[in-house]
Design a protein around this ligand. Structure first.
Ligand SMILES: [Zn+2]
Length: 70
């Protein structure tokens, strides 16, 4: 804990008046990219709700690569 990912923060500035969607996305990404602080219970709630509404993308890219041998 306590290590700030300055690069990530510079690239991910929270909008001045963020929507709940924006805050959820920001905190979900922040939790994974940076360890500067732990999310508050309220922020964890936002993250959980945002993740439920935005399932992780499939691990395989789509459309599938045509370079793979069939
Ligand atoms: Zn951070």
């Amino acid at each position: 804990m306590g290590t700030i990912n300055r690069e990530w923060h510079d690239a991910h500035v929270m909008p001045a008046r963020p929507t709940e969607e924006q805050r959820g996305a920001w905190h979900a990404a922040h939790q994974e990219a940076c360890g500067c602080r732990a999310p508050s219970p309220r922020e964890r709630e936002l993250i959980d709700r945002w993740r439920a509404a935005h399932p992780a993308p499939p691990s395989h890219p789509w459309p599938p690569s045509t370079h793979e041998s069939a």
